[in-house]
Design a protein. Structure first.
Length: 219
């Protein structure tokens, strides 16, 4: 077993709590943040045993965490380091964080938001009449908020998908640099919130999805 300093610098190991706190706050287990953080900071891909000993975790805990991270597309697992046919696998964190976020959106948040929006629409249908005016307004706000969340998720998912395509690779950086200005322009709009949602969905997400090159015509 290699000493810890051969895997990651001791001063960088002190940053692992930040990964743990972040993962905990977005709905994952702290151990998932610790394992992912170690793989992000490590000098090279690591075996499960190296992860266990570096983090002082049990084999079962590391195995479960690796399965979770793999499910959400956060890590890659390849063959053994030294001996062909050996059981030891090498684990590494993926370099593309946008692809990881897109995977989490697809496999977790999308379904949650969609289900909640359907509930809100069902309640909205039963909220006609002046006596339900207040409830109707609250449910409409929930639906609109869900639609904004769906728009953002769809944009990130589409962005990650196109980023992986070679013909868009050179355009990605320019796209990211332009995005804050585009969002600032939308957020400063005086249009009603519902209209703003439609603008995000139709003019940003769908345009990017159907014709990414069009965004760069005026570069």
């Amino acid at each position: 077993m290699q000493p810890n300093h051969a895997i990651v610098e001791p001063e960088l190991l002190k940053e692992l709590p930040s990964f743990e706190v972040f993962f905990d706050r977005i709905g994952f287990k702290r151990i998932d943040g610790s394992v992912f953080g170690l793989l992000v900071l490590a000098k090279k891909p690591l075996t499960s045993e190296e992860i266990e000993q570096t983090l002082n975790l049990s084999q079962s805990a590391v195995s479960l965490s690796l399965k979770t991270l793999a499910h959400f597309g956060a890590i890659e697992t390849t063959g053994d380091r030294d001996t062909p046919g050996a059981k030891a696998k090498l684990h590494s964190a993926k370099e593309d964080s946008i692809a990881i976020v897109a995977s989490v959106f697809r496999k977790r948040e999308e379904e949650v938001i969609t289900d909640f929006k359907r509930m809100a629409l069902r309640v909205l249908e039963r909220s006609e009449g002046s006596e339900h005016a207040s409830r109707k307004k609250r449910m409409q706000s929930i639906v609109t908020t869900c639609e904004i969340a769906e728009s953002v998720m769809n944009f990130v998912i589409t962005l990650a998908h196109n980023k992986s395509r070679s013909e868009y690779e050179s355009q990605f950086e320019a796209m990211v640099k332009r995005l804050p200005k585009a969002l600032d322009l939308l957020s400063s709009s005086t249009a009603p919130l519902a209209d703003l949602t439609i603008a995000i969905k139709d003019n940003l997400t769908e345009k990017f999805k159907n014709n990414l090159k069009g965004i760069y015509e005026k570069r």
